[in-house]
Ligand binder design. Structure first.
Ligand SMILES: [Zn+2]
Length: 1013
């Protein structure tokens, strides 16, 4: 057979232009034969972007003693096999690897690959930089990593190569938000390999392995995604792995040679196909012909699959109804769409994932907390750098690309999950750190343009970033007698009261002045002993200078001038009052806002909260403490013998252990903040705070580690809050990737009957931003985190988040190491924050929905601080520099989040606006919101705005996804009719309206409207 690429390519264009085709159909799909069982061979390789080896080691095939895997050889080999025979097809998934390879190819080879792509023989699937994790990933970072890969495919191969299939074959459970995001990115279908073992068998028996996932409670059909469970993980049927890494026999088809096996192998294959068909609803089935790092010597696969196709199809002359051919997931999906069936639906998610009764993959929600924290923090940093680069027209800079790629790699399902080997994890840290260092150069460049008020000042703007503020260390602030802090607000609305904390040495007073020269009230708070003694900490700071940055402008900065002073009065005023409660005495801590925290007289743990109500004090019973589960230490020989490890959470028992009977407590109070420092043990302490002003919430900063394991017991540490006197009816709520909220019911799954053999681990869910409870009396509480963690509610009024894990056994799912993180020769110490709010904190104009969404937005995008030395005395400084600036003319509406502002091709800018409320979540913030794009930016005029899909790789107006019949299977809540948006970009105004939970993506053509820089 000879393929004419020109004709095929043009045929594709004709079809797209004149027919109302839904998907971008692969031009060479084999439609199968009517009346037969059509078997689609999908040749694929699963290439982890780091796991047992680093991403670069996997690319080159280094360290093959660890794992025989070299992606460059896979692509070399597959391309050659495809060129050998036009019938063969292949799909490729991970853009991080593909573009490493592509850039090494000659123009001639690149042309050949383009031809293969045009002809549908090589199809990009998924197309993100990696196959991202769905449990620990945050939606902002997921959208970014998908956009990075998809835009490269688009720019290199054109719109015809746009991936239409989401391919999440290996991630350990599947989130509803991820499906919703895929749908909004224009994907037609999603396939995956891992789901709860009972869910799978139930679905298999009912032929419900394929369904329409109604993936949003707010977006209606825009978030529907056809979803298929793969039959066999993502591997081939037993006996048919023909890779160099496999041991199955080839097809030996010369009858004159010994061991001729065609008849027996054909029988075996037909049986496997028929067995698979029992779980599926149509006469088409998909076989994944590949595994991890397969096709390094691809002829082994293709030579044998060619023969399977030839000999199995030859049986049709003898009455066999099995028809096999090379295909792709998009061809397969097209066959399903043409089957005109009514499909089952799904409205919940696929968490948690259990591969057997005792293996709940709920440990990875928390594994490697410092890596997860670093990723979350870097997300904010990346957004800030992209914003400044866009606002100042710095364009697509290689330094920014380093950070974008590092963040994208970290979303991989063995990276942010904490399930890679330690050496690989170290490489991930390094990538992030390099990205931050490189792209801080761009932030510095932006400040050099924005801050000088007189030309000669430019050379003196040299901001420094302090990456170790999380251990209360910053060399510049510790050693300088006067310095400037620039606080950047990455939100599209002013930051009312941000609390700046600056590490400083002891016995020194500071005068803090704001951007207008006004004195700012500040407080010196002693750094806790446990922080001073952190392994590896090298800092002279013993105090933190704390003050309020008020009204930081949207997408802008404000500056503070900090100067040492010998004024004794100042020093006295700044000192915190330190109190150690007298033993056996009940004590309370009162706050300016009227809130009172009450502590137990013997344990010194939080006991109750007093809130003012109509002139009286209402008391809420609530206990809070840190506890630990003992990790099971099995040998993994059988189900019941499974150990707790990097993937698996399996506590040895159902009740967590206490760390100490009573805690040591110190109260530190002053003008700006009151803190309660509690110490359970040398390895567990907490600094509870309430700041004056801003959204009232209780901040709980935890410091955990080195977790002791001398008793040979692995430990998994939790923060547990128990509200008294309320019933929560076994129900709690968790976010999905930081966006929509899902309802969870203890020991219950929506679509099958759960027989939970792991009462704790089987009730753990991913918490990316908040865990919430709703009491029978209308009481609501939300516990926020600053990185992804596992969480649950095991009893009435319980809120539980896991903060750290140190384990001594591998759980035998491949990583081959115990999760026993060590730094500086000791167990790894982690520091992070939880924030607690509850319905009694609502105020007029801000109900609980408003409270939790606005706090959530702030915690997602914290201001970025940088420091610079100043040789100028203060009044002169103010004359020489612009001390405040905003990139927006007006703040965005309270219910709109600026999700993305990023330099795009040809000097354009990518903008994403997000309605951050769900339907009926808040009055009035769940109402639609309108933004005028035209004059949104202070220094840029928007000339035109083109609306794109969420991934920005297809114009919104060209979107035309498959329709799926769901009969009467779906609840009416998903019949949401989206208002017709046509026309809202027309005219001078460029008005854009957002509905609840909607994200709208635009490519903006802009012109500089001022000549200031
Ligand atoms: Zn994988």
């Amino acid at each position: 057979m000879k393929c004419n690429s020109f004709v095929k390519a043009h045929l594709g264009i004709l079809l797209l232009s004149y027919l109302p085709l839904a998907a971008l159909l692969n031009p060479t799909c084999n439609p199968g034969k009517p009346g037969m069982l059509n078997v689609h061979f999908v040749c694929h390789t699963h290439d982890d972007v780091g796991w047992l080896k680093t991403v670069d080691q996997y690319y080159y095939g280094a360290k093959n003693n660890i794992q025989r895997a070299g992606v460059q050889y896979i692509l070399d080999s597959v391309i050659s096999s495809l060129l050998d025979d036009p019938d063969r097809k292949f799909i490729y998934v991970e853009s991080a690897f593909f573009f490493r390879w592509w850039e090494e190819q000659t123009p001639e080879m690149q042309d050949k690959v383009k031809m293969l792509v045009d002809q549908g023989r090589l199809e990009f699937i998924n197309g993100g930089w990696c196959m991202n994790d769905e449990g620990a990933g945050h939606y902002n970072a997921i959208i970014d990593q998908m956009t990075l890969g998809l835009s490269k495919i688009n720019n290199t191969f054109g719109s015809g190569a746009r991936p239409t299939i989401a391919w999440q074959i290996d991630p350990f459970g599947h989130s509803r938000e991820q499906a919703s995001l895929f749908a909004q990115m224009g994907f037609e279908g999603l396939f995956f390999g891992r789901l709860d073992h009972d869910d799978k068998s139930t679905r298999w028996d009912a032929k419900r392995l394929e369904m329409v996932w109604e993936a949003s409670a707010n977006l209606g059909k825009d978030a529907w995604l056809f979803t298929g469970v793969l039959p066999n993980g993502y591997g081939p049927p037993t006996g048919f792995c023909f890779d160099i890494l496999c041991n199955d026999d080839p097809i030996m088809d010369n009858p004159r040679l010994h061991d001729y096996n065609v008849d027996q192998r054909v029988e075996q294959f037909i049986k496997a196909a028929q067995a698979q068909a029992t779980g599926y609803a149509t006469s088409h089935i998909l076989m994944t012909m590949g595994e991890d790092f397969n096709y390094q010597s691809s002829d082994m696969w293709y030579k044998n699959l060619d023969k399977v196709i030839k000999y199995v199809n030859a049986r049709q002359q003898n009455g066999s109804n099995v028809n096999v051919f090379y295909s792709t997931p998009s061809c397969y999906l097209d066959a399903l769409n043409k089957a005109n069936l009514s499909w089952p639906t799904k409205t919940d998610d696929f968490f948690p994932y259990a591969s057997n009764n005792h293996s709940y993959w709920t440990g990875y929600f928390t594994s490697r907390p410092t890596l997860k924290g670093f990723v979350r923090e870097t997300n904010t940093f990346l957004q800030a750098v992209k914003q400044l680069s866009s606002l100042l027209g710095l364009g697509i800079d290689p330094r920014l690309e380093i950070l974008k790629k590092a963040m994208a790699v970290l979303q991989h399902h063995d990276a942010i999950t904490g399930t890679a080997k330690q050496a690989v994890t170290n490489d991930y840290y390094l990538r992030l750190a390099e990205g931050v260092t490189e792209s801080f150069g761009l932030m510095a460049e932006a400040y050099r343009k924005l801050q000088p008020a007189v030309p000669e000042a430019e050379a003196t703007v040299t901001p420094v970033y302090c990456p170790l503020l999380n251990e209360s260390s910053c060399p510049l602030s510790e050693t300088s007698s006067s310095f400037v802090i620039t606080v950047y607000n990455p939100l599209g609305k002013p930051w009312e009261k941000y609390h700046v904390r600056v590490p400083v040495p002891k016995d020194i007073a500071y005068k803090v002045t704001d951007f207008q020269g006004n004195a700012v009230v500040s407080q010196l708070v002693p750094i806790p002993e446990s922080v001073l003694g952190l392994p590896g900490r090298s800092s002279t700071a013993e105090f933190e200078l704390v003050f309020v940055a008020d009204m930081i402008p949207p997408l802008g900065f404000t500056q503070f001038y900090v100067q040492r002073t010998s004024n004794h009065l100042f020093h006295k005023m700044q000192q915190s009052k330190i109190t150690v409660p007298i033993e056996e005495e009940e004590f309370t801590v009162k706050f300016k806002q009227g809130l009172v925290l009450m502590f137990d007289r013997t344990t010194h743990l939080l006991d109750a909260i007093g809130v003012p109500e109509g002139g009286e004090m209402k008391t809420l019973k609530v206990n809070q403490t840190y506890l630990w589960y003992a990790g099971m230490s099995g040998r993994n020989y059988k189900e019941e013998d499974r150990a707790s490890g990097a993937y698996i959470f399996r506590p040895n028992g159902t009740s967590p252990n206490s760390i100490a009977d009573a805690v040591n407590i110190t109260i530190i109070s002053g003008e700006v903040v009151t803190e309660i420092h509690q110490t359970w043990s040398p390895w567990m302490s907490q600094f509870m705070r309430i700041y004056s002003g801003d959204i009232l919430n209780i901040e709980m900063e935890w410091l955990v580690g080195p977790i002791p394991v001398a008793d040979q017991m692995g430990k998994e540490i939790i923060n547990r809050i128990v509200w008294g006197d309320i019933s929560t009816d076994d129900t709690f709520y968790t976010d999905a990737n930081g966006r929509e909220i899902l309802k969870r019911v203890k020991d219950h799954r929506e679509t099958w009957t759960l027989d939970n053999k792991e009462p704790v681990a089987g009730n753990y869910y991913p918490v990316n931003s908040r865990l919430m409870i709703l009491g029978d009396n209308g009481f609501m509480a939300a516990l926020f985190n600053d990185r992804s963690q596992g969480g649950t509610s095991l009893d009435d009024g319980h809120m539980e988040l896991m903060i750290h894990r140190r384990l001594l056994h591998d759980d035998a799912f491949g990583v081959g190491e115990a999760l026993n993180e060590v730094a500086f020769g000791e167990g790894l110490v982690a520091r992070g924050k939880h924030h607690l709010i509850f319905s009694d904190l609502t105020r007029p104009g801000c109900d609980f929905g408003c409270l939790q969404r606005s706090l959530g937005e702030r915690l997602m995008m914290k201001p970025i601080m940088s420091f610079s030395l100043s040789a100028l005395p203060h009044p002169t400084y103010e004359d020489t520099y612009n001390t405040q600036w905003s990139g927006l003319t007006l703040p965005l509406p309270m219910n709109v989040h600026l999700l993305t502002l990023e330099p795009w091709l040809d000097g354009k800018i990518l903008l994403r606006l997000e309605h951050m409320y769900e339907l009926e979540e808040s009055d009035p913030f769940s109402n639609p919101a309108t933004v005028n794009l035209k004059n949104l930016f202070s220094d840029l005029e928007v000339i035109s705005a083109e609306e794109m899909n969420l991934a920005a790789n297809q114009r919104k107006e060209d979107e035309n996804r498959y329709q799926w019949d769901v009969g009467s299977n779906h609840p009416s809540t998903n019949e949401i009719n989206r208002p017709n948006k046509d026309g809202d970009l027309i005219g001078d105004e460029l008005m854009v309206t957002l509905q609840p939970m909607e994200i709208r993506t635009f490519i903006l053509t802009v012109r500089k409207s001022t000549l200031t820089y």
